[in-house]
Design a protein around this ligand. Structure first.
Ligand code: ZN
Length: 60
């Protein structure tokens, strides 16, 4: 049995804004494993790489 494929999704250029006008910086990436699929007859896992943001002003 072949190992499961990992299908990784990234959303580029997504930038959140702070409600208090602070400057946002990247705060690492969290991988969220969504579903097990069957693709091309193989087992595959859909992984969403979510960019996390942290505000330098208020820390949220
Ligand atoms: Zn802020």
């Amino acid at each position: 049995m072949l190992p499961a494929l990992r299908v990784v999704i990234e959303v580029p250029g997504e930038r959140l804004e702070c409600a208090f006008g602070g400057v946002m910086h990247r705060h690492g990436v969290r991988e969220v494993e969504l579903v097990d699929l069957a693709v091309f007859g193989r087992l595959a896992r859909l992984v969403w790489r979510k960019q996390r943001w942290r505000c330098t002003g208020c820390g949220r």
